[in-house]
Design a protein around this ligand. Sequence first.
Ligand code: FMN
Length: 175
Amino acid sequence: MDAAIDKKALYALSYGLYVVSSRKGDKLNGQVANAVMQVTADPISMVACLHRDNMTTECIRDSKIFSISILEEETPMTFIGNFGFKCGRDLDKFGKCSYELGDTGAPLVLDHSLAVIEAKVSKEVDVFTHVMFFGEVVASRHIREGRPLTYAHYHEIKKGKSPKNAPTFTLNEVR
Ligand SMILES: Cc1cc2nc3c(=O)[nH]c(=O)nc-3n(C[C@H](O)[C@H](O)[C@H](O)COP(=O)(O)O)c2cc1C
């Protein structure tokens, strides 16, 4: 990588951690993502940036809907392991987790979620290895009080890493 790029600078960016979920027909799937944010106020819209090879990306491309579950700080590493280190093509991630189907039909992860948000895709942009899904928010629900899980907490307290399809994968070596 370019010698002018100091990875410690990028590591200083702050994020939350979320489960982005969707469906393709009857197949429900979701994945952990940090690359999620609200981008406009009126209408309220969000973006989620997912690797083009992920099962969740395939689902969103098919159904044009997605949900975002905002994870709580206490989220166990086993939960993150299920949604963040495994591919839904190999297992049913929702078999191990409580969820509901939202207004859009997208699954809403309820375990360890402070709130859930549903969006309909308004635009899709390819960005090198990833796809940015812009979505207009059509429903949202606060579930429980708590502290949202940040990427800093995940790294510093949980000692968590990022797998190869995460945009921050190359920052694993920074400490
Ligand atoms: C802490 C953490 C953050 C992640 N952030 C992203 C992300 O922002 N975008 C992405 O595409 N993958 C991200 N990932 C990786 C996906 O969750 C992972 O590749 C997952 O296995 C994809 O599952 P799927 O193939 O079932 O969709 C992250 C994983 C972890 C553990």
